[in-house]
Design a binder for this molecule. Structure first.
Ligand SMILES: N[C@@H](CCC(=O)N[C@@H](CS)C(=O)NCC(=O)O)C(=O)O
Length: 208
């Protein structure tokens, strides 16, 4: 498999971390969705990362769909989104909130970077969405005593929250005080200390 995209994207990073934890061999092509747009488009007409190319040439796009595919390759006791309800929708909800927050971080970045006249309305809306989502995740995580969100084994929801928090802090360091979210901060610090998070990692590089 070939994973296209840089690890400063939380969406690429969550896939790289999952591939590594699953012990699946892959080649990493750290292409930028901007600087390498032409060669990326040959695989993905949306020109977005992550893009995963399978051995038979099939191309998968969107981190969630890619993780869904990877989950199908592993046994029940290793899968990082539970297969059964109600555990499944609970984990999916946490991951979706985290990834939605990541989408707002990206959206806010493009607004500030690509528009000469930055819309105050859009900036406020993104900040409000990010803060509201952090508050919901914080309340949820602070009620849980286990090492990971859903017990003693790491899952995609754990990974999504940690990678998105780092992304938020690097892209918009001034936007929110992470100290207001102590349970999330502790969660992210614990995961970022793991060898796989340190290996699958890249400081944020703003697209040229
Ligand atoms: N929902 C997508 C989001 C992927 C995404 O936003 N990727 C960004 C990089 S962080 C990208 O490729 N942006 C380029 C663009 O959208 O034009 C996923 O989970 O994979």
């Amino acid at each position: 498999m070939i994973l296209i995209g840089q690890y400063d994207s939380p969406f690429v990073r969550r896939v790289g971390i999952a591939l590594t934890l699953y012990g699946m061999a892959f080649e990493h092509r750290p292409w930028s969705s901007f600087a390498d747009a032409d060669r990326l488009r040959a695989y993905n007409p949306l020109t977005r990362v992550p893009t995963l190319v399978l051995e038979d040439g099939t191309v998968l796009i969107d981190s969630h769909i890619i993780l869904d595919y990877l989950d199908g390759l592993v046994a029940d006791d290793r899968v990082m989104f539970p297969r059964r309800e109600p555990s499944r929708h609970r984990a999916l909800k946490v991951a979706t909130l985290a990834c939605g927050l990541g989408d707002k971080v990206v959206s806010l970045f493009y607004e500030k970077r690509l528009h000469e006249d930055v819309s105050a309305l859009w900036v406020d809306r993104c900040r409000c969405q990010i803060e509201a989502t952090l508050a919901v995740l914080e309340a949820d995580r602070s009620d849980i005593a286990s090492e990971f969100w859903f017990g003693e084994r790491i899952g995609h929801a754990d990974i999504a929250v940690a990678v998105v928090l780092r992304f938020l802090g690097e892209v918009h360091p001034e936007l929110v005080a992470i100290s207001n979210y102590p349970a999330l901060r502790a969660h992210a610090e614990r995961l970022e200390a793991l060898a796989v998070f340190q290996a699958i990692s890249q400081p944020f590089i703003a697209p040229a």
